[in-house]
Design a protein around this ligand. Structure first.
Ligand SMILES: Nc1nc2c(ncn2[C@@H]2O[C@H](COP(=O)(O)OP(=O)(O)OP(=O)(O)O)[C@@H](O)[C@H]2O)c(=O)[nH]1
Ligand SMILES: [Mg+2]
Length: 241
């Protein structure tokens, strides 16, 4: 029967991204009564789950980028002989479990998963793409919930949005007192988790002197730049090095 495991030899070689996306989260999050379009507690639960992944999974992503119910993890190295089946099952499994714990859920949740093969030079373009999606999602979800509040049904709101240009959505939302250029950065640009070097100084009892060592800590960055800008480019180059 072992020969029937026909996908077990499928391998992927780093660098690559793994993007996971919450399955049916529109319904799931609605049932939980989360704030719309953005719930601070949900975003924190997602980012804390990613941080747990960095600390506890035994895998070593370069960094993670998240918005809404999706997470992209970038890898420059992988265990499990680079097997796609392992990668595509362990990662969403870990995050589903972590998120269930973070949100103290009573019903299980799941994430789908895909591997995106990237050359080192593609990582930046991949992030530009996902951040552009973050911005589009930000504009359309504020538009959507503004229309719902004005009395439209979900179908009507979706239809109306389809025919609206971005500037019109901005105007519509602005009339309700929300300036889409001034919403929290994490809603507009997404959130990253990565390791950052820092210098730790301490007394070395053997050398009998103060010594400094380079350590790494995991940071949640809720204030990331627009990747298109110079600051954004610099951040990505630093992380991809
Ligand atoms: N209330 C609330 N909903 C959110 C938040 N973030 C994400 N969502 C929901 O998550 C959905 C994510 O979009 P999709 O991934 O396309 O929808 P889905 O229902 O998860 O469907 P599939 O991924 O195709 O299974 C959004 O449509 C929102 O309904 C949040 O902060 N608050
Ligand atoms: Mg989803």
């Amino acid at each position: 029967m072992k020969e029937r495991e026909i996908y077990s030899h499928l391998k992927v070689f780093p660098p690559f991204a793994v993007r996971i996306d919450g399955r049916g989260f529109s319904r799931t999050l609605q049932r939980l009564g989360l704030e719309k379009p953005y719930d601070d507690g949900f975003a924190h639960a997602m980012v804390d789950s990613i941080e747990l992944f960095f600390k506890e999974s035994g895998l070593n992503p370069l960094f993670a980028f998240t918005f809404s119910d999706e997470i992209s993890l970038l890898f420059n190295e992988m265990s499990y002989n680079n097997r796609v089946e392992k990668i595509d099952s362990i990662i969403p499994g870990f995050i589903s479990s972590a998120l269930t714990i973070q949100l103290k859920l009573e019903k299980p949740v799941s994430f789908d998963s895909r591997v995106i093969i990237l050359g080192k030079e593609d990582i930046y373009s991949y992030l530009l793409w996902r951040q552009a999606e973050t911005w589009r999602n930000h504009v359309s979800s504020y538009g959507f919930y503004t229309l719902l509040r004005s009395g439209l049904t979900e179908n009507e709101a979706a239809m109306r949005l389809k025919n609206m240009k971005a500037a019109q959505i901005h105007e519509l939302v602005f009339e309700q007192g929300i300036n889409l250029a001034e919403t929290p950065v994490w809603q507009r640009c997404g959130i990253m988790v990565y390791r950052e070097s820092y210098e730790k100084t301490g007394y070395d009892p053997i050398k009998r002197m103060e010594v400094s060592t380079q350590r790494k800590k995991i940071v949640q960055d809720w204030d990331i730049p627009i990747f298109k800008t110079e600051t954004g480019k610099r951040l990505i180059s630093k992380l991809v090095l």
